[in-house]
Each structure stands twice: as structure tokens, then as C-alpha cells.
Design a binder for this molecule. Structure first.
Ligand SMILES: *Cc1c(COP(=O)(O)O)cnc(C)c1O
Length: 377
């Protein structure tokens, strides 16, 4: 049996979690959270990094920080996770879906401008599979129309676009440390990345239930009181300690995943050159993090049969998002603007193969063998 995903463990997680248990402060912003924040602020780099309970919550914070209100429109791809949309819908926005590019499954930057109206407030760039969106074009459009750019970089930690780390290019970025992502804080967790200084002050308040607690602890204010809307978005320090062990070994995890990705790519190239499958595309300006290895088959019918075969062989291969615009909530809260040329068609033929830190060459060969047999080789 080969799992689709296994959460990474690189060695020091246990030690740090035990250490954090013995600390006198185990709630948010304890000693391990501080070490994580410092790591991110140095390595990304960014103006401010704040650990959150999830990427979902980091996106919700972003929607509050850019003041999303009833009636605003937010442009995003339909091929994404529900949290990308929910964060803005919760503030009363309407989500406007535009088509994706077939090569990267990312938002098609050439379709954004025609979806903009006077109500548009932001563009959300989702970096699918940790491969960067065409950020220069997206930032130019945003500047021209006075819009915010939020990067949903849930899958994008350690990836780059033109030598800039994903999540640090837009006004605000978000990472996920869910167990299915490349780095985890022990199951659930996220990061809010602030690249525009003007959001820092309010971000600290929103994250601390709408209070000025952070400033109070730093001695900036002498009273601790309710000053704005907010919620409880802080990650507990146990989770931060688990994550810190992974940050210290971030390159090791990244290299290991990239090696697996390259092995899949090479071993599957013969099937691709015969035109039986399509392999993922990474544009030359992007450095990816091997968040996933996906391939595309001919159509939905072929995918269903192939997934059945993988299931029989006890191999965890899965499909991915059902496009949001065709979901009940997507219909209620959103609208697809422009033509759906690729979103539905490409999503129906995509399959994700097992991918995690520590996946062995033998396991990769076994997965490839199933594919070869399926296609008669
Ligand atoms: C995983 C994921 C999320 C949600 O992350 P959580 O940390 O589980 O809230 C949001 N957007 C994308 C694109 C994701 O892949």
C-alpha cells in the first residue's frame, strides 16, 4: 500500500514539542512562535509574518485587512480550494471566477482585466501545485486598477517566481501548514505574510480578537482594550514548536520532494511522448517546491478507470478540485465571468500521484508500473 500523503517528520519535532510543553507560556506568540516568525521574516523575506490557526484563517484576515464589504467583487480562479472563496464571501463579497491556463492550472492573467468592474476590490492569485502565477502581469493590472493582490500560497512555501518567494509578491500572502502541505505545524496551521507595511498594525489587532493586546505586551500602550473587529487567529505554541523543527530542515524536505518529482517526471516521460498522458509544466521563470505530482489523462472516463485501478492496487492517487463555480455555494456566491474553456475540461482529467517527504524510489517505480500497465506497456 502506498499512501497519497504522509505528514513530514524530520527528527526534532518530538524534542521541540516536549520542550514547548514545559514552557510557562503555551498559548499563541510563545517562544517557538517567535522563532518561527523570525525564520520567516529572514528567509522569505517579508515585512511581517504572523502564524495563524490555518491558511483559511490567514485568508479571512486578509479579507478583513483590505476592508472587503458587502457588494465588493473579488477575482479568482474557480479551480481552487473553498477557503480561497469563503474568506471573501464571509465579508459579503461576490466572487468572480475567471478561467485558468491549461499549462499551469493557475488563473489566466490575460482573462483578469475584462472581469474587472467598478466593484472589483482584489485579485486572488492561487499558486497551484506550488507553481507561481504570472505575478508581474497580475501586479501591473492591480496597480492600473487600484486593486489589492492576495496570494493564496497555501501550496507555495519555498517556491519562487522570478527569484521572489511566493507569498511575498502581492500585498498579502498566506501559507498553509495543514498535514497535506509540504511543511506542517502538526496538522493544522497557517501563516499570514504582510508585504505592505500599512497592514501590520491592524493585522496584530485583528489576530488578537480585535484588541491591542500585542501593543500592550510590548509596552506601547498602557491599556489593553477592544479596538476593532477581530477573532482568535493565533497558533498555539505546541504547533509552532512542531513547525519550527520543519523550518530548520526546510531545504532537506524541499530537496527530497523535488527528487521524487523528478523521478516521476523521467519515468513517465515515455508515456507522455507517446501522447498518452500529459506531464505538468513549470514555466522557466518559476522554481517550484514539488508540492504535488499530477498528470493529465485523455478525459474524465479515462481518469475514472485509472483511479479504480489505483484503488485496486492500494495506491493513493486522487483527483482534485471540483471547480467552485459549479458547486452549490459557488453558484450562490459567485459568477464565472468569460468563457470556461479550460477550468472544467482540464480539472476533469487531472490525477495526483502519491507525493510526500520520504517517498521511496521503489514506491515511485511501483506507481509508474501501474500506469504503464494501464496503457499496455
Ligand atoms: C490547503 C489549502 C488551503 C487551506 O489551508 P488550511 O491551512 O487547511 O486552511 C487554502 N487554499 C489552497 C489553495 C490550499 O491548497
Amino acid at each position: 500500500m502506498i499512501h497519497f500523503n504522509l505528514p513530514p517528520l524530520t527528527g526534532n519535532e518530538e524534542k521541540y514539542v516536549l520542550e514547548s510543553m514545559k514552557n510557562t507560556k503555551i498559548s499563541g506568540d510563545g517562544s517557538f512562535s517567535k522563532r518561527c516568525h523570525q525564520w520567516f521574516e529572514e528567509h522569505l523575506p517579508c515585512k511581517k509574518a504572523l502564524l495563524t490557526t490555518s491558511c483559511t484563517h490567514a485568508l479571512e484576515m486578509a479579507a478583513i485587512l483590505i476592508d472587503i464589504k458587502e457588494g465588493d467583487e473579488v477575482i479568482m480562479p474557480s479551480f481552487t480550494f473553498v477557503s480561497t472563496a469563503n474568506a471573501f464571501v464571509l465579508r459579503g463579497a461576490k466572487v468572480v471566477f475567471v478561467d485558468i491556463r491549461a499549462d499551469t492550472m493557475n488563473i489566466d492573467e490575460t482573462k483578469i482585466e475584462s472581469a474587472i468592474t467598478p466593484k472589483t476590490k482584489a485579485i486572488v492569485a492561487v499558486h497551484y501545485a506550488g507553481v507561481g502565477c504570472e505575478m508581474d502581469t497580475i501586479m501591473e493590472i492591480a496597480l492600473k486598477h487600484n486593486l489589492f493582490v492576495i496570494e493564496d500560497a497555501a501550496q507555495g512555501m519555498m517556491s519562487k517566481y522570478k527569484n521572489r518567494t511566493l507569498g511575498t509578491i502581492g500585498h498579502i500572502g498566506a501559507y498553509s501548514f495543514h498535514e497535506t502541505k509540504n511543511y506542517t505545524s502538526g496538522g493544522e496551521g497557517g501563516l499570514l505574510i504582510i508585504n505592505d507595511e500599512s497592514f501590520i498594525h491592524r493585522a496584530e489587532i485583528v489576530r488578537e480578537k480585535g484588541t491591542n493586546r500585542s501593543q500592550f505586551f510590548r509596552g506601547i500602550t498602557d491599556k489593553y482594550t477592544w479596538v476593532d473587529v477581530g477573532s482568535s487567529y493565533l497558533l498555539n505554541d505546541f504547533s509552532a514548536s512542531f513547525l519550527f523543527a520543519q523550518l530548520e530542515t526546510a531545504d532537506k524536505i524541499n530537496t527530497n520532494r523535488l527528487n521524487s518529482w523528478k523521478q516521476y517526471y523521467e519515468l513517465l516521460s515515455p508515456l507522455a511522448s507517446k501522447g498518452l498522458i500529459e506531464l505538468p509544466t513549470v514555466p522557466t521563470e518559476c522554481i517550484h517546491n514539488a508540492h504535488m505530482f499530477y498528470l493529465k489523462v485523455k478525459d474524465l472516463d479515462t481518469r475514472t478507470k485509472l483511479l479504480e485501478q489505483f484503488k485496486k492496487e492500494e495506491i493513493g492517487a486522487v483527483f482534485h478540485y471540483v471547480p467552485l463555480h459549479s458547486s452549490p455555494a459557488g453558484i450562490a456566491f459567485g459568477e464565472f465571468r468569460g468563457d470556461d474553456i479550460y477550468t472544467t475540461k482540464e480539472s476533469e482529467r487531472l490525477i495526483r500521484l502519491p507525493m510526500y517527504y520520504g517517498l521511496s524510489t521503489a514506491q515511485i517505480q511501483e506507481v509508474v508500473k501501474v500506469l504503464n500497465r494501464f496503457y499496455g506497456y
